[in-house]
Design a protein around this ligand. Structure first.
Ligand code: DOR
Ligand code: ZN
Length: 349
């Protein structure tokens, strides 16, 4: 049995770190482990301009603890009015790594998202031309007749397949793949289209969320699905295939918003993310594939070099903290797997 594994320093290709006190509180959990992270732009208001991204990057870096070498990779929130020139300028100046597309109403802070895909075609065309990746929240959310558990499959059918056909050179990332259909689609469309996978979509099912009382802390978008989907995600992540890689979608929220009458989606998992991926890869007998998933496949898609440093994980139990303190009125955020025994630990933590 392997009890210790050293891998190149991982990157998180899908991360929410918010702003203000929440940013200050959650950033250290990512910077302790990850070399880089794709920072989601769904602030209020969203990050839609080069200047806003530069200012946000500065705030993110200010929240990184001294001595941690962490590089935030910024994204541009795509709206109906986004200008292709602004996107290209941000990309050329090294400010925007990618553009993020939220269909309007699909998730937290997506009110400014895309209402009509026709309107954003000029931006997408430009991105295709300059080789800039498009990151997709792949859910069809505006049509109320689409069941919430089918949103990913319907998005692939109605949006992604046509996008892939119309923009044959456009690089895309289907983020937080959550279904067997999503896994199969990515595999069929790779290497141009790839997918990130969260730790919790490989652990939880909708029965965990709804079958033993309602668990608002397991609620996220896309919602966790059924056993068949969970197993397909585990097989994909641990297969070593270059089209699947790490994206935690760690998304802290104040307790009051998670427990509201209309609770908000998001699973704050950065404090246990790499340890939870290690547990999954171990359970699948695939610890030898963890490095590819966590540290090689992502840079490969983005055309970046893997990190030079390494981290070491060892099979030593510890208990995850239940919550993260947040200064001011936000008070605190509960942590995924908080209070549970975690099977793997990062050496030197
Ligand atoms: O569950 C989610 N929470 N999914 C998303 O896509 C957004 C995120 C958030 O920002 O809270
Ligand atoms: Zn997200």
């Amino acid at each position: 049995m392997t009890d210790r594994i050293t891998i190149r320093k991982p990157d998180d290709w899908h991360l929410h770190v918010r702003d203000g006190a929440m940013l200050k509180a959650c950033m250290p959990f990512t910077a302790r482990i990850f070399g880089r992270a794709i920072i989601m732009p769904n602030l209020v208001p969203p990050v839609t301009t080069v200047d806003a991204a530069i200012a946000y990057r500065r705030r993110v870096l200010a929240a990184v603890p001294d001595g941690a070498a962490f590089r935030p990779l910024m994204t541009c929130y795509l709206t109906d009015d986004t200008s292709a020139d602004e996107v290209e300028r941000g990309f050329n100046e090294g400010v925007f790594t990618a553009v993020k597309l939220y269909p309007v109403g699909a998730t937290t802070n997506s009110a400014a998202g895309v209402t009509d895909f026709k309107l954003v075609r000029p931006v997408i065309e430009r991105m295709e031309k300059i080789g800039m990746p498009l990151l997709l929240h792949g859910e069809e959310a505006a049509d109320p007749t689409v069941d919430v558990f089918d949103r990913e499959a319907v998005f692939i059918e109605r949006r992604l397949i046509p996008l892939a056909r119309d923009f044959p050179a456009l690089k895309m990332v289907l983020e937080h793949v959550s279904s067997k259909i999503g896994v199969e689609y990515v595999r069929s469309a790779a290497p141009r289209i790839v997918g990130t996978i969260t730790p919790y979509h490989m652990i939880l099912t909708r029965t965990d969320m709804l079958g033993h009382g309602i668990r608002p802390y397991f609620y996220c978008m896309p919602v966790v699905k059924c056993e068949e989907d969970r197993l397909a995600l585990r097989r994909a992540a641990t297969s070593g295939e270059a089209c699947f890689f790490l994206g935690t979608d760690s998304a802290p929220h104040p307790v009051a918003r998670k427990l509201d009458v209309c609770g908000i989606p998001g699973v704050f998992n950065s404090p246990v993310a790499i340890e939870t991926y290690a547990k999954i890869f171990d359970e699948e007998g695939a610890l030898d594939k963890l490095e590819a998933f966590a540290a090689l496949n992502g840079p490969g898609h983005y055309g970046l070099a893997p990190n030079e440093e390494t981290i070491t994980l060892e099979r030593v139990e510890w208990t995850a903290p239940e919550e993260m303190a947040v200064e001011g009125p936000d008070e605190r955020a509960l942590i995924y797997r908080g209070g549970e025994t975690i099977e793997w630990r990062v050496v030197g933590e």
